[in-house]
Design a protein around this ligand. Structure first.
Ligand SMILES: Nc1ncnc2c1ncn2[C@@H]1O[C@H](COP(=O)(O)OP(=O)(O)OP(=O)(O)O)[C@@H](O)[C@H]1O
Length: 560
């Protein structure tokens, strides 16, 4: 009966996004359709409105998936049209001001149109794992692996993160993975790893990101043991900026740890791994499960294992021995998670500032503040942090460093950063930090990177076939795919970033930008060529009998 009602009503909705009205009906028999039309007329044409309760959950899910798909599609199309118009206008304006013959002007405009057509074709191209040559594995996590890869057509090198859908579903991580994709697509910041494409096949989700060859902070800390105050200040300051840049977009990371702080070619830090927090199973525990966390109870158990007698150096060595194992285990390390997150009490952005405090402690002391042989004991220590936060004397932390850590590892309502990142930036430990220029300055360490495929700053991983590569699913149209029950969960995941145009990668443009006002008023053909190159890199043009060839790596606008 319910079902019949559902079929009789059909499903309709209207979307007024970008001025486009969409109404969708799921399949009904012609007889049902006719009956419904009659009914609609009788009801004064109100039949398209949803009777929310009459719809099954699956139908509602399908409707919302279809709605999202169509809205995304039209939104993107409108934006593309607008962008195309703007590119034409920019070029026309430049041409009007330029010292170029009419013939050259026409040639350039024709060239632009040709490139636009190719660009549109490229946008329609359905990306799949087959578009990439898969190279070395550089990371493994609970849901999949990260490896470097090369796009076959452009030759561009990326990092490909591959996540197993079934695993995400099993662990209820679907919303998290969507959050990760959304954040990466939405936040365009120097401090965040850049996302170029995301796509999926039947079994996996793929994120194609920039490859950051400097390695991660976990590896750096394992190689260096501890950092000096100045070195730590540099990385902590860049982490503050990275956290701030996601908070201003109303995202909370919740899982900030050294493994998620990546270093670029020049040693500058970028935050990654959004929304895939792997809650140690203690996050499903209730408050009483954290009982037994008093100083004396934990000391007793640590005494039994000999942990309480360890010197700072011994504790550091013990930590390092366990660290990789913890990082690659399915439960992950809880060492940086805020107590309110562990207790599921409801948490806000402050939890990321707690993680910052734990990372800063590790940078200066050598191991995180609540480290214990057993991850459950670590959770207990975090929840009972007042009894367990101790600065080893041998570490000789400066009073300012201790003060900042203590103001980050504390109750939420007293935590520095609760009123914005400005509070943290103003702390005396950061005195002398030029917050506006830190990303332009030399990093504390410049990583050794010999070529674009160099992975020396990463651990070596086995090519064992945990998550076998599969062929991408058939390309028989988005609707069929969208409505297959498995993929409904991941609708809206696919993404191409054609937007981040980094003109500093265009030879000559960066210099022009630096020397303000140096750009000639009447641009030469060469400058015009630069403009076109920004729009459409990697091409050779013949202007005024000269051939100009520029190789520009703007991967998201690739191979046009
Ligand atoms: N864009 C990138 N460039 C270089 N290395 C990367 C990149 N993304 C990830 N990595 C490497 O892969 C490791 C795992 O990545 P990430 O944490 O995103 O994966 P994950 O499966 O979500 O792991 P986790 O188990 O921590 O959730 C990182 O610690 C880093 O060493």
């Amino acid at each position: 009966m319910e079902k019949e009602k559902e079929i009789r009503r059909g499903v309709g909705f209207r979307s007024y996004s970008q001025g486009i009205r969409i109404s969708l009906r799921l399949r009904r028999s012609p007889a049902v359709e006719a009956a419904e039309e009659e009914e609609e007329e009788e009801e004064g044409n109100q039949g398209a409105e949803l009777d929310e309760e009459a719809l099954s959950n699956v139908t509602k899910q399908k409707v919302s998936a279809a709605k999202q798909y169509i809205e995304n599609h039209y939104k993107e199309q409108m934006k593309n049209l607008q962008d195309r118009k703007e590119r034409r206008m920019v070029l026309e304006k430049k041409l009007a001001d330029a010292d170029v013959s009419e013939e050259d002007q026409n040639n350039l405009l024709k060239f632009l149109e040709k490139k636009e057509t190719e660009y549109m074709r490229l946008q329609r191209h359905k990306m799949g794992v087959d578009d990439f040559e898969l190279l070395t594995i550089i990371g493994k996590g609970a849901f999949g692996e990260v490896r470097i890869c090369r796009e076959k057509t452009s030759g561009q090198v990326y990092a490909m993160k591959k996540l197993t859908k079934s695993e995400m579903l099993r662990r209820g991580q679907v919303e998290h993975v969507k959050a990760e994709r959304n954040l990466l697509a939405e936040v365009d910041s120097n401090c965040i790893v850049k996302l170029y494409f995301s796509f999926q096949d039947d079994e996996f989700l793929y994120l194609i990101m920039e490859y950051l060859p400097g390695g991660d902070m976990m590896t750096l800390l394992m190689r260096k043991d501890i950092l000096t105050d100045d070195e730590a200040r540099f990385y902590v300051a860049e982490t503050v900026l990275a956290i701030e840049s996601i908070h201003v977009h109303n995202y909370i990371h919740r899982d900030i740890k050294p493994d998620n702080l990546l270093l670029d070619r020049y040693g500058h830090l970028r935050l990654s791994d959004f929304g895939l927090c792997k809650p140690l199973d203690c996050s499903t525990l209730e408050e009483q499960d954290f009982s037994g966390g008093s100083a004396s109870e934990i000391s007793e158990s640590e005494e039994r294992s000999g942990a309480s007698k360890r010197t700072q150096q011994e504790q550091l060595e013990h930590w390092q021995k366990n660290r990789r194992m913890l990082a690659f285990s399915t439960v992950g390390t809880p060492d940086y998670i805020a107590p309110e997150v562990l207790l599921k009490k409801g948490y806000g952005m402050e939890c990321d500032w707690w993680s910052l405090g734990a990372i800063m402690f590790e940078m200066l002391v050598g191991y995180p503040p609540f480290y214990s042989d057993d991850p459950m004991a670590t959770c207990r220590k975090i929840v009972n942090w007042k009894n367990h936060l101790k600065f080893p004397e041998e570490a000789m932390l400066s009073p300012d460093a201790k003060d900042l850590i203590s103001k980050l590892l504390c109750n939420v309502n007293q935590r520095l950063g609760s009123n914005g990142a400005g509070e943290i930036k103003a702390h005396p430990w950061f005195q002398g930090v030029d917050w506006d220029r830190i990303y332009q300055m030399d990093a504390a360490f410049i990583p050794e990177v010999n070529d674009e495929l160099d992975t020396q700053n990463f651990e070596k991983f086995d090519e064992s076939d945990d998550t076998p590569d599969r062929k991408p699913s058939s390309k028989s149209g988005p609707w069929r795919k969208m409505l297959s029950s498995k993929d409904l969960n991941f609708v809206g995941y696919t993404y191409k970033n054609f937007e981040i145009v980094n003109d500093c990668q265009v030879p000559g443009m960066a210099e022009l930008k630096k020397k303000k006002g140096a750009q000639p008023k009447r641009p030469s053909v060469k400058t015009l060529f630069g403009t076109l190159a920004i729009l459409f890199p990697n091409y050779t043009a013949y202007i005024g009998g000269h051939s100009f060839s520029i190789q520009v790596n703007i991967p998201h606008c690739h191979f046009i």
